[in-house]
Structure formats: C-alpha cells, structure tokens
Ligand binder design. Structure first.
Ligand SMILES: [Zn+2]
Length: 486
C-alpha cells in the first residue's frame, strides 16, 4: 500500500519507504511534564497516534519512542531562563522530581482517556543521562563544542547545513538576535548541549559533569539541554538513522534543527528520513496562553461535559497541517457527530444474519458500499493522514446505513466497518456502544405492541420509562429502532 507524507526535510510530499523492509522506527517528541497538557498540546499526540495506526494497518511493524522531558527544558528556547520543571516545583512547593512524577502520571492517564496507543518506549530524559553525556563527549571529540561560563555549546558554524531544515536565514538571525542573545555564544544559533548549575545554586535535578568534558578538567554539577535529550534517546533506542520523526511546527526552527545538527554531527548519518509536523491549535481564534487562561485541559473538558473522545473526533476533523480552532461550540458539534455515529454503531445490535429475500438483494449493495468505505478510509489516511476526508467517508457510509432498511444492513459488514474505524481513528465506536439489557429490550417490545394495539397512553408511558434509562425509540419505515439519548 502506498503511503505518502509531507516531509519537512525535503519540503515536499514523499512516498514512504522504510529503512528496513516491513519495519518503521518512529520518534515523537514527548511532553515536558511540568503541568497538565492543554488541548493544544494533546493535538500532536492525537495526530501521531493516527500515524501509528495507519502504519500498522498498512502492515508495518512500528517501533515507537516518545520521550518524557523531565529536565532541562528552559522557559526560553534560547537556552535562557528557568528550567520548567524547577519552576513547576516552586509553584507547587514540591521538588522537581515530584513534579515530574505527578505530571508524567497525568500524561499517561490522559493518553489512556484519549485512547492513544502506548509507545513501545516512553523513556524519561533523567534516565538517559549517561547516553547524553556520551553524546556530548563524541561531539567534543569531533570538535563541535565549546564551553562558556554557563555550559557546553554546539558550534553551529561547524555544521554547514544547519539552516537547511527550517530554511533559516542565519544572517538575519544574527542581526535580529543581537540584542537578546548570550554574548558569550559564538553565533546566535549556537545552543546548549549541557548546562552547568549556576555557582552558589543547587538544583533538584543535577548530575556530575565528568572532568574530561570541561575545559578546566574538573567535575562540576550540571544538567542536559532539551535538544540533546531527544537525540540521545532516539539514537540509543532506535539507532543512528530512523524512519520518521514527528513534532509540532514550532519545533522546526530550533528544537528539530538542533536535534539534526547534533545527531548528524555525532554519527555522520542522516538522522531521520521523514519529518512530520502538526500545526497549532488556537482557542477562540487566539493563541493559547497562560495570561488568557485559555489553556484548557482534559479535566476542563470533562467539567464541561465532554468525553475525551469528543475532543479526539474534533481534532481529527482538521488536517494535521492546518491550524485548528478550539471553541466549546466546535467541540459540541463533534460531540453530536460522535453521538450520531454511536447510534449507527448500535444498529449492529439490531441487525440480523438472516434476511428476507428482498432484504438480501438490498443488502448486497449496502454491504459492498460498507466494504468499499473501509478501504477508502485507509486510502485517505495513507495520503498524508487526510483525516477530514476519512471522516467524510464515514459520514457518507453512515448516511447510507441510516436510510437503508434495517433488514438490509448486513450485520457483519457493519461490524467490520466499525472495527476499521476504531482501528484507524481510535474512536471506540464499538467499545462505547453496548447492547441494551434484556429487561430494556422487553420494554421496547412492550412499547411496540402497545403502539400497534393503539394503546397510546401505555406506549407513551413506556417511551418515558425508556428515556429515563437513556434509550430513545424511533419508529421508522423499516421498524422500531432504539438509540442512545444525548
Ligand atoms: Zn524532541
């Protein structure tokens, strides 16, 4: 099956070919665990989960690493300011280690709630310090580093293709950054591989910088830079060259550019062949920011009555490369769409294998279109993860199912299509649509009989009882069907 993705490395749509037949080595930049993720942060993980599902459905054996950044991600991308973990620790009166543990758990729970497939490896940066120091050593031995008062830096001037990935104009970067960048750096784009704990300070998280890495040949306390962590964990767990690397578009000019420079300088190999980036999610048309208080979390969504899967469907409605806009109105629309889809999924409990002769004829066309829709779904996603197109295919197929006579909907074809949707989009249409109990089924039958015998008072009363238990009955030309109440 042909897969193609928009590749930031080549700046075009590239057909996917793995390094090793049948296998994919995938790295996803993971969260910095200093607070609960916002809806904006989650967007990336929903799209990359879809990528994993599509690769798997296309027959690849996917080995995926997603890191946990639990140290070294500074408030500013320019290697300045406080470590986000230490900042979180002060905010909550805890240690950075406590903060990391608490928000790693929070992230894992969120992944579970959103039905995101757990990566093969979920390494914490603090557990890969020796590998990070080894990478600094290799870069130092190859002449790519220099030391200034606050740490060991990568000398980007020594890596001639540094600006290529993000099409950076290094000259204007230099001019523009003149005011704010650390004047000790040789070039504004140089970045910290390893930082020293400032004199007179003790950090919750710090390690010994080996004497052979410092200019003065003395040990001193320090901690890794954020960019270094990703390179070290990716190369340790997946090898020097990987197939696909994913992240947010904000990672392109600094974080991923730096990952590429340090990984390729160290190994001499191309670091990753395909680079996929998701666009931002805005909230009410504006950037998510602390000062606006619009950084909604999954917890906030649940307080507003939304299931995490409503949010998941909402995100999938946009293509990963376009900017999304979160509003409660938009998520409500996604919630209603999901309820409609769940009611279609519930028809599988109301369809049968044995059909009337007329039903069998009608069934043939409905069945064929459901099987075709399943194939079309995978094809849409194989084309640069076209999730809006995939959802449109589902809407079309479901429109046919809901207008077909219930007796002509093939039980197995419907189930197979629902399984395909769940497999590719993780919407749990099957898991969230249980059959009604035998008692409720009896009530449905009694209500139908009451209606047939024109006992409308009884029929209305039974309808009300059913509604109270979350079930709505509808009288359709092909008979009575039940649905879930909103
Ligand atoms: Zn990263």
């Amino acid at each position: 099956m042909k897969l193609q993705f928009h590749n930031q490395r080549t700046k075009k749509l590239d057909e996917f070919a793995p390094l090793e037949q049948g296998k994919v080595r995938l790295y996803t930049c993971g969260p910095t665990v200093y607070n609960s993720l916002t809806v904006g942060n989650w967007t990336a993980y929903i799209y990359w989960d879809t990528l994993v599902r599509v690769l798997t459905a296309a027959g690849y054996d996917v080995t995926r690493v997603m890191n946990i950044t639990d140290v070294g991600h500074l408030v500013s991308d320019a290697d300045e300011g406080e470590d986000k973990l230490e900042k979180g620790a002060r905010r909550e009166g805890k240690t950075a280690w406590d903060i990391a543990a608490q928000y790693t758990d929070d992230f894992v729970k969120g992944m579970h709630d959103l039905n995101l497939i757990a990566p093969t490896y979920l390494p914490k940066a603090t557990e890969y310090i020796p590998q990070q120091l080894a990478l600094v050593r290799t870069l130092k031995e190859k002449g790519y580093t220099y030391q200034i008062s606050d740490g060991i830096y990568f000398d980007t001037a020594k890596f001639p293709t540094y600006g290529d990935f993000a099409d950076l104009d290094l000259a204007s970067l230099k001019a523009g950054a003149r005011v704010s960048y650390n004047p000790e750096k040789h070039t504004p784009s140089d970045f910290a591989l390893w930082k020293f704990t400032p004199e007179g300070e003790t950090r919750d998280m710090q390690w010994t910088t080996p004497a052979d890495l410092t200019d003065e040949h003395q040990e001193r306390p320090g901690f890794p830079g954020w960019h270094l962590e990703c390179s070290a964990m990716a190369m340790e767990l997946l090898g020097d060259s990987i197939d696909i690397h994913t992240g947010g578009i904000d990672h392109i000019p600094v974080h991923h550019t730096n990952e590429i420079a340090q990984s390729e300088a160290a190994s001499g190999q191309l670091f990753a062949y395909y680079w996929l980036h998701n666009n931002h999610l805005k909230v009410d048309g504006t950037k998510i920011s602390k000062s606006l208080g619009n950084g909604y979390t999954l917890h906030d969504l649940s307080k507003h009555g939304f299931d995490p899967l409503d949010f998941r469907l909402f995100i999938l409605q946009s293509h990963y490369r376009t900017e999304g806009n979160f509003t409660f109105e938009n998520v409500t629309a996604a919630k209603n769409r999901r309820l409609h889809w769940r009611n279609i999924a519930a028809l599988r409990h109301q369809t049968h294998d044995t059909l009337s002769p007329q039903g069998r004829i009608e069934e043939d066309s409905a069945t064929v279109s459901l099987y075709a829709a399943g194939r079309a779904l995978l094809e849409a996603l194989a084309d640069d993860l076209n999730t809006p197109e995939a959802l449109a295919i589902i809407d079309d197929a479901f429109a046919k199912v809901s207008t077909a006579k219930i007796t002509s909907v093939h039980h197995h074809a419907l189930i197979r299509f629902l399984e395909t949707i769940d497999e590719l989009l993780g919407l749990q249409l099957i898991a969230t649509t249980p059959d009604i109990t035998d008692e409720v089924k009896q009530l449905v039958i009694q209500r139908t009989r009451a209606r047939e015998s024109k006992d409308y008072a009884k029929s209305d009363q039974l309808r009300a009882t059913l509604e109270a238990s979350g079930i709505i009955v509808r009288d359709t030309p092909s008979g009575v069907i039940w649905e879930y109440a909103a």
